[in-house]
Design a protein around this ligand. Structure first.
Ligand SMILES: Nc1ncnc2c1ncn2[C@@H]1O[C@H](COP(=O)(O)OP(=O)(O)OP(=O)(O)O)[C@@H](O)[C@H]1O
Length: 202
């Protein structure tokens, strides 16, 4: 039987503490392979703003439809902000595979557990900072977080590092010490050699 889109284009879950370098590596991946990857489009019950299109920025939906899909287990995760629902549906991830792209899910620990409960055939990579001390330096260095936020992130990082050690959760752990080395390992996981040689056609 021919492989399904999701079997051919397995989604990639990237998880790692805040400040471990996920955005840095993902930015490089998308710049180097602009046609290969995609991000799923979220559902929302909020109204579209001027210029927003259904299926581009969001899948716009009603509360009733959102709740029905949620009750059917159609969401990987969902949350409420400002009185509106937002969520990532299983189908939105499958849609990226059907377009011939690999869906990237940049998610935290709870999200990883949710994805594992869905039939998404995902591959899981954990990005690990070299140490908590270096993670703290990097969080301070990027100058985007308050002291309070840094402390919260470090506390959560400890929980996530423990989680990453559980056997069978992550297929690959990349330590982001030297950036070039981490990039090489990250790219190898996301774009295995044989696919690079085939120029992305396999
Ligand atoms: N190997 C590295 N060596 C030194 N600095 C690095 C390295 N990798 C990333 N950084 C720096 O560390 C900081 C945190 O990286 P980044 O913002 O990519 O983390 P993140 O995992 O995406 O965080 P968040 O989850 O909060 O978005 C950035 O300032 C980045 O430039």
């Amino acid at each position: 039987m021919a492989p399904t889109a999701i079997e051919k284009n397995r989604p990639i879950v990237i998880c790692g503490p805040s400040g471990s370098g996920k955005s840095t590596l993902l930015k490089r991946l998308l710049a180097d392979y602009p046609d290969k990857f995609g991000f799923s489009i979220s559902h929302t019950t909020r109204n579209p703003r001027n210029g927003e299109e259904d299926g581009r920025e969001y899948y716009f939906t009603t509360r009733d439809k959102f709740e029905a899909l949620k009750n059917e287990g159609g969401f990987i995760e969902s949350a409420q902000f400002g009185g509106n629902y937002y969520g990532t549906s299983v189908q939105a991830v499958k849609n990226i595979a059907e377009e011939g792209r690999t869906c990237i899910l940049d998610i935290e620990m709870e999200g990883v557990k949710q994805v594992k409960n869905k039939d998404l055939n995902a591959r899981y990579l954990f990005l690990q900072p070299p140490s908590l001390e270096i993670l703290e330096q990097r969080l301070r260095g990027r100058q985007t977080d308050s002291e309070d936020a840094i402390q919260k992130r470090l506390k959560q990082a400890k929980v996530e590092l423990e989680f990453s050690k559980q056997p069978g959760v992550f297929e690959r752990i990349v330590v982001n010490d030297d950036l070039e080395k981490a990039w090489g390992e990250f790219r190898e996981f996301c774009v295995p050699e044989r696919k690079r040689e085939a120029n992305g056609s396999s």
